[in-house]
Design a protein around this ligand. Structure first.
Ligand code: GLN
Length: 471
């Protein structure tokens, strides 16, 4: 086979080839590593790759991997905030540089149990704070779908999305707190699924905002998303928020026709910022749905225009609390420049030098909204609006099976374009954030291209645990 041909295949295609004995898992890995070697220096989807070590490890793992596993021999790329035993897991942050967790996250265990080869570590915005991967402490990732590589891949799972879109990965895992799987999937022209809150265990995911975070797949097609979700979903006693809900066969459910389903069409917040190309592409997708026998109804999602404000109160509050543990004692980086005279100095210096600007901004904001005198005015009020947003979805789903909207207001923007204005950057998640606040599942799939061939994504949202309907 020609070079790059195996790297371009989907999980289900490779599974068929491997199970028929037409290619070996090491052929796949070699092809992928060669492509990564050629393209990663310009795309920077991976933070580091040591092909020789990865190949040696794979040889060892394949000796014991279950041949009948649903992912036997398939490399799966992992975002840098999911713990892989013995591998550096830095969360795109200097403060965790050098941290090697002594255990696997539950999702990693589940991948390995099905015979997958785990491929760390995809670049990301520091601690998943961002929408462009420009907040990585180790340099940005570039969108391989932009011919001049001048566009962001989205974020925070930008490394995972760029790797899949550029055939530097077969499939990847990312995490989504406010859009971090779906927005980069849309920008890179691939499929991204944020599962229902509680569908996938967060054990071993480095916490950003614990009531919003979910791990999910970024893939070349929906069949791969269904397959990966089937493997990683399910209750886990080590995550008390994971739900004891049975895992359906998501792959089998793909065969069901969408005929007879009802799609809800909401009025969109901030519609002024919606690009005409995105609007036209989603309208076109809607026509396709209608031609397949899908009905449509207008639905109201009251309060989703407050989703960004609500999110930046709740998410920063949780982040400031989760990030309190990084003080140079237990994990990663410690400031050792001789100026740290006391324990307090060590904390201050470590945090000042270890965190980037966006992480500091979030810690300050989150500490403020939780502080005495402001807690009721901000955090508590934010929690109340969150409940209203969720009730809006509950109400909408009494009238439809899924809601459709764009994933992002525009196609991928240029590197540097929104860096100096954090609020502008926050607005790129205007359509993705409410799914996290409401805890509902949401899927982004490609639905066309805008000017310069930049991909456009549409988003489908459903009731909790209705991922099968979305797929
Ligand atoms: N872009 C959003 C933020 O910066 C969402 C990120 C995410 O989902 N991790 O918080």
């Amino acid at each position: 086979m020609a070079s790059g041909e195996l790297a371009a295949k989907t999980v289900h295609e490779l599974r068929a080839l491997i199970s028929r004995g037409e290619v070996s898992p090491l052929d796949v890995l070699d092809d992928l590593l060669a492509r990564i070697g050629r393209l990663n220096p310009s795309v920077h989807a991976y933070l580091e790759v040591d092909p020789e070590r990865l190949r040696r490890q794979a040889e060892g793992e394949l000796r014991t991997a279950p041949r009948t596993g649903r992912l036997y021999g398939i490399p799966v790329t992992i975002k840098d905030n999911i713990c892989v035993s013995g591998e550096e897991t830095s969360c795109g942050s200097r403060i965790l540089a050098g941290f090697r967790p002594p255990y696997d996250a539950t999702v990693i265990e589940r991948l390995r149990r099905e015979g997958a080869l785990v491929l760390p570590r995809a670049n990301m915005d520091e601690f998943a704070f961002g929408s462009s991967t420009e907040n990585s402490a180790f340099g940005p990732t570039r969108n391989p779908r932009a011919k001049a590589l001048d566009r962001v891949p989205g974020g925070s799972s930008g490394g995972s999305a760029a790797a899949v879109a550029g055939d530097l990965a077969i499939a990847a895992l990312g995490s989504d707190t406010g859009g971090s799987i779906r927005q980069p999937a849309a920008f890179c022209g691939i499929v991204g699924l944020k599962p229902t809150y509680g569908r996938v265990s967060r054990y071993g995911l480095v916490a950003f905002a614990s009531s919003l975070d979910q791990i999910g797949p970024l893939t070349k097609d929906t069949e791969d998303a269904a397959l990966l979700l089937s493997v990683i979903a399910g209750h886990d006693a080590r995550d008390s928020t994971s739900a004891p809900v049975e895992v359906p066969d998501y792959v089998a459910s793909l065969k069901e026709s969408p005929k007879g389903l009802t799609l809800g069409l909401p009025a969109l917040p901030g519609a002024g910022g919606l690009s005409q190309h995105v609007r036209a592409a989603v309208d076109q997708a809607l026509k396709v749905f209608q031609s397949l026998g899908v009905k449509t109804v207008p639905v109201e999602l009251p309060h989703i225009d407050k989703a960004i404000a609500t999110y930046y109160i709740i998410a920063t509050a949780e982040a400031s609390s989760n990030l309190a543990r990084y003080g140079g004692v237990q994990y990663g980086f410690r400031a050792m420049d001789g100026s740290s005279r006391s324990l307090l100095d060590t904390y201050l210096d470590t945090r000042s030098q270890g965190f980037g600007a966006e992480a500091k901004r979030r810690i300050l904001l989150g500490t403020y909204v939780l502080s005495h005198g402001y807690y009721d005015a901000y955090y508590l009020k934010g929690m109340r609006v969150r409940t209203l947003i969720k009730q809006g979805f509950d109400e909408a789903f009494t009238r439809c099976d899924a809601v459709i909207m764009p994933t992002t207001p525009t196609p991928a923007f240029r590197l540097g374009e929104k860096l100096s204005d954090p609020l502008e950057m926050y607005l790129s998640d205007i359509y993705t954030i409410s799914a996290n606040l409401a805890g509902v599942p949401a899927l982004s799939v490609p639905c066309g291209a805008g000017p310069d061939g930049l991909p456009i994504g549409m988003q489908l949202l459903a009731k909790p645990f209705q991922e099968a309907t979305l797929l």
